[in-house]
Design a protein around this ligand. Structure first.
Ligand SMILES: C[S@@+](CC[C@H](N)C(=O)[O-])C[C@H]1O[C@@H](n2cnc3c(N)ncnc32)[C@H](O)[C@@H]1O
Length: 288
């Protein structure tokens, strides 16, 4: 709930502290701005003219929910939760200190909810630019507060307030992450690597991940964040039926590039099940 994380939220317009008003029907800032809390429990924290993008559509969020609920990405979720544990351990933050974990581009909250189940007492900020995702985030875990915001703008979080930031297959803003992380806080990134879903690329005509993505991520963060460990490769086979394959494509940008009918035709030509590679790197970074 938003009341769990109110102490780390900030006015997107000027960074001043927010507090709940009218029994958390609104959040109001010290400078007098007011942000309505939606009926579903999330709040949109955007300054000025509001958000410039919409993020994932409802169809993409539903496809993501279908795919993830089948457990195909279990090794990824275990790796992210393990990374958060390691980050908290290295910073010397005990679980009973109610650490704050903020997931950016959190989608349905699959990763954040799993991590909060594992880290007793931790609180979660589930942030996404998509309202459809935020509706899911608001109910994904009792200790999550859901926020609609754009990662490319000033994050609506206070300086030095977040113990761990997680980003799973979503955009990163290293300068803002460095601002909101605590002194010893860490960012945990899971980033797809070349070879991820390789077996689907040719038959379905979807693009591969570009080469050198990990190096570029580290370069782009330079001056703000720096790796605390060598990136860790997570690679595993998944057995996917056609429904899971359709859900996987439906939750990715490929969904926007291939006509649904054509995609259906290509999926129909696949064998009943296919072994498909999941491949990503887990990168942990601290403030530079
Ligand atoms: C590939 S999905 C990953 C979702 C989730 N992390 C997962 O792996 O299940 C990318 C997510 O980032 C969100 N997103 C895209 N652009 C964003 C932005 N500028 N600010 C915040 N979130 C954004 C999308 O709405 C989407 O939910």
């Amino acid at each position: 709930m938003l009341s769990d994380i109110i102490d780390v939220l900030a006015d997107p317009a000027d960074g001043t502290a927010l507090s709940g008003a009218d029994d958390f029907a609104r959040l109001v800032s010290e400078s007098g701005h007011s942000y309505d809390v939606a009926r579903q429990g999330y709040v949109t924290l955007a300054a000025g003219a509001g958000l410039r993008h919409q993020g994932d559509s409802m169809e993409m969020v539903l496809a993501r929910e279908t795919f993830l609920s089948r457990g195909h990405f279990a090794p990824f979720v275990e790796a992210v939760t393990g990374g958060v544990h390691d980050a908290l351990d290295e910073a010397g933050v005990p679980e009973n200190a109610r650490p704050v974990i903020a997931e950016i581009g959190a989608g349905t909250g699959y990763y954040l909810a799993h991590t909060l189940d594992d880290v007793d007492g931790a609180r979660g900020v589930g942030m996404d630019i998509s309202v459809h995702a935020a509706k899911r985030l608001a109910s994904c875990h009792p200790r999550v507060g859901a926020v609609v915001a754009d990662v490319w703008e000033r994050l609506p979080m206070r300086d030095r307030s977040i113990d761990v930031i997680t980003v799973v297959f979503a955009p990163r803003n290293a300068a803002e992450f460095a601002r909101v992380l605590t002194e010893d806080g860490q960012a945990v990134f899971l980033t797809a690597d070349r070879g991820h879903l390789a077996e689907l690329r040719e038959p379905l005509g979807i693009l591969d991940v570009e080469d050198g993505k990990i190096d570029r991520l580290i370069e782009q963060a330079a001056g703000h964040l720096t790796p605390v460990r060598e990136p860790e490769l997570i690679e595993f086979p998944m057995t996917l039926d056609k429904e899971s394959i359709a859900a996987q494509i439906g939750m990715s940008p490929s969904a926007r590039h291939i006509e649904p009918e054509e995609l259906g035709r290509r999926i129909a030509q696949l064998p009943e099940t296919l072994t498909v590679t999941g491949r990503a790197h887990l990168i942990r970074m601290g403030r530079a």
